[in-house]
Design a protein. Sequence first.
Length: 154
Amino acid sequence: MTPRPRSPRLGVAALVVVVVAALAVGSRGEAGPATPAARADRLAARVRCPTCAGLSAAESEAASSQAVRQEIRARVDAGASDDAILGYLVDRYGEDILLTPPSTGTGSLVWVLPVVALVLAGGALAAAFRRWRAAGAEAATDDDRALVARAREG
């Protein structure tokens, strides 16, 4: 008995399940409430150093980053929410202070466009593979066979 060939859709479905599971696990939040110090550190890691290039306020030892960390810690100790603290920093330093673009408004395009591009590229690849498979192999003509026979003799 010959084994039945597997459907390519089964592989695609398995890939989709793996990607969705990975995204679900990766986007899961932290478990349990954070201590004020851990919360302040997490917030400092989400904002840029106001004077450095490429560093978060948590990583930088610049005076401006130390001031941002102290401000974050004071606001955490005062009971401010994460959104309120980040909002204050955005008001004071501008939208560029955030290391992660906002997930609403035009900032959401940063998150949506790569996903759309990936889906479109996958669809284009699938269509191209289907088209190539449907074209199939062309049959050799008598002229082709004669050419091969002459090459073998030659």
